[in-house]
Design a protein around this ligand. Structure first.
Ligand code: ADP
Ligand code: MG
Length: 148
């Protein structure tokens, strides 16, 4: 199974929390989906699953927010930037924490080949379809083990 229907923001957070149990330092997750799809909502749950107690908010205006939990979480929203802008984002992909990138299509050249692609689609007011697409063996294995 590589997709799930999530019927409320709380369920999307629970899904993120569950996924966090499978993560390790160096993992990169890309989140795609329209504005309001639930990318930040998902990340809030993921952070809880990483043992982060601080509230996670959208990093749209700050580009990257760093949180400390069981593993560091680097939450990026690159809606406003492009590959060409050298603002030092590459340092976050050095393997020390979990990187979650909203609007990763804007910084394609920085995303490692090995990553987990997560697509969130708005079905209606409260329902979302979430799809996990593993890239390379680490995430292929993870997706086989993952259950929700
Ligand atoms: P994005 O980061 O993709 O722009 P947000 O997570 O900031 O999206 O916003 C998602 C919005 O959709 C929130 O207002 C949230 O309450 C609402 N929502 C409704 N149903 C869901 C659901 N099943 N999953 C996630 N968000 C949902
Ligand atoms: Mg967002």
């Amino acid at each position: 199974m590589n997709y799930w229907i999530l019927s409320s923001p709380e369920e999307t957070q629970r899904f993120g929390k569950r996924l966090a149990e499978f993560l390790q330092a160096g993992d990169v997750l890309t989140l795609s989906g329209d504005l309001g799809a639930g990318k930040t909502t998902f990340t809030k749950g993921l952070a809880v699953g990483l043992g982060i107690t601080k509230l996670v908010n959208s990093p749209t205006y700050t580009i990257v927010k760093e949180y400390t939990g069981r593993l560091p979480l680097y939450h990026m929203d690159v809606y406003r930037i492009t590959d060409e802008e050298d603002i030092g984002l590459d340092d976050y992909f050095d393997g020390s924490g979990v990187v979650v990138v909203e609007w990763s299509e804007n910084i394609k050249s920085l995303i490692p080949d090995q990553h987990l692609e997560i697509q969130i689609e708005r079905l209606n007011e409260n329902q979302r379809k979430i799809i996990l697409i593993p890239h390379q063996e680490r995430f292929e294995r993870m997706c086989k083990e993952f259950n929700y």
